[in-house]
Design a protein around this ligand. Structure first.
Ligand SMILES: [Ca+2]
Ligand SMILES: [Ca+2]
Length: 220
């Protein structure tokens, strides 16, 4: 019992002031022709300044949205239900961290009659206008590995990339010619350093001491 109590007291009195530093920015791509994707953006973050304390973890997250105007026109002799599909992703890479936010969106079906104009003009009853099709996704990665933390510690910077991709299609039972315009994406990346500033927090040390006393009393 004495050994247990001693170790708990040591933990309670250890430096325990956990702090965080957040770096964040938003990347806006487009509106642009769909073919412009994938689009790569370089991101640069400051390293963790070791004079502040000891780096404990690095966290990278992505919050991404994608959108475009989608229309389709029937060029077949079959009437059909048309459905627009968006498959997008944002891939973040920073040092050893890697995260992929994947967007998968499917619209409601629009009924389209057989081709009645021998033209892919995206108007008329043989066409479907999905207006703005959009989706969103988030993902994150983090590391506690000492080797990783070393690469994020210093007074310089760490650079990485965010790659935003988009794929659009229209599912149908006919020959749907598809028009995608005004493709755009918006991705917010966030990097959080969690660190110990080496300053003991009196309140937590006190609480720890009290809990140990209660624990010892209960065990008697
Ligand atoms: Ca047509
Ligand atoms: Ca038409």
């Amino acid at each position: 019992m004495k050994t247990l109590g001693l170790s708990l007291l040591l933990v309670a009195n250890a430096p325990a002031a956990i702090q965080m530093i957040t770096q964040t920015a938003t990347i806006n791509n487009g509106p642009t022709p769909d073919a412009s994707f994938p689009l790569t953006t370089t991101i640069i973050v400051d390293q963790f300044d070791p004079s502040l304390g000891t780096l404990l973890s690095v966290f990278l997250s992505l919050d991404t949205t994608a959108a475009a105007n989608v229309r389709a026109d029937n060029e077949s002799a079959n009437e059909s239900d048309y459905i627009a599909n968006l498959n997008g992703s944002s891939v973040g890479s920073l040092g050893t961290l890697s995260t992929t936010a994947t967007i998968a969106e499917t619209t409601d079906a629009i009924s389209v009659i057989a081709d009645n104009d021998a033209a892919a003009d995206f108007i008329g009853e043989d066409s479907a206008d999905f207006m703005v099709v959009s989706g969103a996704a988030s993902d994150s990665d983090s590391t506690l590995a000492p080797g990783d933390l070393i690469s994020f510690t210093g007074i310089g910077t760490v650079s990485g990339t965010v790659v935003d991709s988009q794929g659009w299609s229209v599912s149908s039972g006919g020959n749907a010619l598809t028009e995608v315009s005004n493709s755009q994406s918006s991705t917010t990346w966030t990097v959080v350093y969690t660190y110990d500033d080496g300053v003991p927090e009196p309140s937590s040390a006190l609480l720890g001491g009290i809990s140990v006393l209660l624990l010892l009393r209960r065990r008697r």
